[in-house]
Design a protein around this ligand. Structure first.
Ligand code: ZN
Length: 149
């Protein structure tokens, strides 16, 4: 039996550079080419100086969980083999706290998800033309506070 197709992100002219980088297994953020402010989500103009010149900057792919939920019920059959799973908000290192990516942890890591947990990006090739940035927990000392026990 073929697994149902996972939903794909809506790629537009503003976000195309982000998804093209993911296909190369690179994590990038968009900055303003005039004032260097981070633009997340990507957009055609700077919310600070209104310049139109976006610049893509490669990121290190690390960050910390700043929020999460654990999905225990299969809401979409495409995720049946991965449920329960943790949907996380990750504040990416090197972005001055301006870039918070919504993604998921690797299957099974929901058990140790906590606010403050350090994570690293791991690119998941879903199918031809669709590579998603997901995250895995990094082993390093932490002082995270578990929200849900
Ligand atoms: Zn600007």
């Amino acid at each position: 039996m073929t697994a149902p197709a996972r939903p794909a992100p809506a790629v537009d002219t503003d976000s195309a550079g982000f998804w093209e980088a993911c296909a190369r297994e690179e994590l990038v953020g968009q900055r303003c080419g005039t004032c260097s402010a981070w633009r997340w989500p990507p957009r055609d103009h700077c919310p600070h100086c209104h310049a139109m010149d976006p610049v893509w900057e490669r990121l290190g792919g690390t960050g910390r969980i700043v929020g999460f939920v654990v999905v225990h019920r299969v809401l979409d059959p495409a995720f049946a083999d991965e449920t329960p799973l943790a949907i996380v908000h990750v504040e990416l290192d090197g972005t001055d706290g301006e870039m918070v990516l919504t993604s998921q942890l690797q299957p099974g890591e929901w058990r140790t998800a906590a606010v403050g947990t350090p994570v690293s990006v791991r690119f998941t090739r879903v199918r031809d033309g669709l590579t998603l940035p997901t995250f895995t927990i990094r082993d390093e000392p932490q002082e995270a506070h578990r929200v849900l026990d």
